[in-house]
Design a protein around this ligand. Structure first.
Ligand SMILES: [Zn+2]
Length: 372
């Protein structure tokens, strides 16, 4: 089953970096892993399937030898804007929902992303980054809280199509109901840190949990989906606390759609179970696709055997360079096509049903959920 003709709604991704950030082998290779260890980057990434197979596919695409030096030279010989356009069109991505909370001086801002890419680009509001900015800006807990509620409360009017939380990275997914006085007490040391450093990292569990519960209320008022990081990711995540089963309390309190990102990998079965039993839970496949590479069909068999096909959404979680978007789209279409082919052969689905499922997973479900 060739799914290339089905356009992708990439409902979770991050901004591209300016080309100089990924022009040399060190800058390019580091984005094929979630590790920040330079030894992993130089010695082991070249031996990962994601990098090695990806380099071969990219070299075929651009017409050079499958070595990193040859590929980077071929890439540098043409306009970066044209190469971006080419890869996004080949990936057939029609809409991109972009979380700018993962950024840096070399990341393209929203307007630049819109003019660079041949698809619609809509912004996602990252809650912890907003909270950190407001802790720096406001002197009192009450002023910070009120501004947080007001800003999240007008997110849809301000053009955001979703909220996003990375609380899994900070204090874990066991989000509790926190009394206001405990949240206010947690504000005091953070405010001191903000005065000292001019910035702050929100990792306090009482304050993080308190603000996330407020955001969920505001999301419900606007019918705005909330994306929650679950499962693997950067090295600063304690994977044990990123198990989506911890979210049960929040799921039962929330009256907004909750999109559990990255299939909760490696807790994919747990995530599939949550999507199967709670009507407000959706399962995103990004990051697990493409990083699981040859394991993608195994993951999809488990998930698709348990959760309704109407609950699954493909995304890339791509970042930094257009190659990652294209590779994620290719691995995703390959894995999904392979599993759906098996379902047809085994007569679990008709060919028409399999095609409809592919359309829903690659874009149809996200189009309806986010209203894009
Ligand atoms: Zn992400």
């Amino acid at each position: 089953m060739d799914l290339t003709s089905i356009p992708i709604i990439d409902h979770h991704a991050h901004p591209l970096l300016k080309p100089e950030a990924t022009a040399d082998p060190v800058g390019f290779r580091q984005w094929f892993t979630e590790s920040t260890d330079p030894v992993i980057h130089t010695e082991h990434v070249p031996n990962s399937l994601f990098f090695r197979t990806g380099l071969r596919w990219l070299a075929e695409m651009i017409g050079c030898e499958p070595t990193l030096d040859d590929y980077l030279a071929a890439r540098a010989a043409q306009s970066y804007d044209v190469w971006c356009l080419w890869l996004f069109e080949a990936a057939n991505i029609s809409v991109l929902l972009c979380d700018y909370g993962y950024t840096g001086p070399l990341a393209y801002p929203h307007q630049a992303m819109k003019s660079l890419l041949p698809c619609h680009v809509e912004p996602i509001l990252r809650l912890e980054v907003l909270a950190q900015d407001l802790i720096v800006q406001h002197d009192t807990f009450a002023a910070m809280r009120d501004d947080f509620v007001a800003t999240v409360g007008r997110a849809r009017r301000d053009g955001y199509v979703a909220l996003k939380s990375i609380i899994a990275y900070r204090s874990g997914l066991a989000v509790e109901v926190v009394p206001e006085d405990q949240a206010a007490a947690a504000f005091i040391p953070l405010k001191k840190e903000a005065r000292r450093n001019g910035q702050v990292r929100l990792a306090s569990k009482p304050l993080g949990d308190y603000l996330l519960n407020l955001a969920v209320e505001q999301a419900a008022v606007q019918s705005l989906p909330l994306q929650i990081h679950t499962g693997f990711g950067d090295r600063d995540a304690d994977l044990r606390l990123a198990n989506p089963l911890h979210l049960r309390g929040l799921i039962e309190r929330a009256n907004c759609p909750l999109v559990l990102l990255h299939a909760g990998w490696p807790y994919c079965r747990e995530t599939a179970h949550l999507a199967a039993i709670y009507s407000n839970v959706w399962l995103d496949l990004s990051l697990a696709i493409p990083f699981a590479t040859t394991g993608i069909p195994t993951m999809l068999r488990d998930i698709m055997g348990m959760a309704p096909l109407s609950k699954l959404m493909f995304a890339t979680d791509a970042f930094t360079m257009p190659e990652i978007f294209w590779l994620a789209a290719r691995w995703g279409r390959w894995g999904l096509g392979r599993v759906l082919d098996e379902f047809i052969v085994d007569q679990f689905l008709t060919a028409d049903e399999a095609w409809s499922a592919a359309e829903a997973i690659l874009g149809g479900t996200a189009r309806r959920l986010y209203g894009v």
